[in-house]
Design a protein. Sequence first.
Length: 214
Amino acid sequence: MIAVNPMNSASVLAAFGAIGVLVVIFAESGLLVVGFLLPGDTLLFPAGVLCAGGAHQEPRLALWQVLLCAAVGAVLGGQVGYLIGQHGGRALLARTSSRRVKAAAVRAEELLARYGYRKALVIGRFVPLLRTVLHPVAGVLGVPVRTFTLWQTVGGVLWSQLLVLAGYSLGTSVPHVDDYLLPLVAVVVVLSMLPLLLEARRARRERREGRTRR
């Protein structure tokens, strides 16, 4: 029996393939504390790489299956996260002892207030940690169901398909790139953290400007 580490992309893909993508993306898209522990960007990109076959090598995964499972997992996970937020989400967030979850929830509220529901639900998909808590927070805040469903679907499909296709594009253009999955995952992690770093920099600048005005 193969031991599977759900936080390791290569382990999940080797054991479960496209179904593993669906399950992990579903959990990461709205199951709060559980979702925080799972890979998102770092699963979709390598999955896309494994869909590309070389000159003398068959693809390890079927592209259409990975694209479909990624989209389904993202959209269903977002809806479940919203329902969690509607039914006891505020109490759940209050009870958690995780500072990361609480900080992400605060950022999610700020994002929804700053950009409005439509833009926030699309932009939030591309920000690690934030996308896990954004959907429950939307449920807590009472974002209209139709608005939420439409725009979280747009965001989920864009995010999941773009990352898989980016990995697939790299896999088809660079021979044997799948031999370097671990370094690629590290690069994806660094790139995915850029929005958080930019947001932190913006927040510090606004705090400094606030103190200057006083």
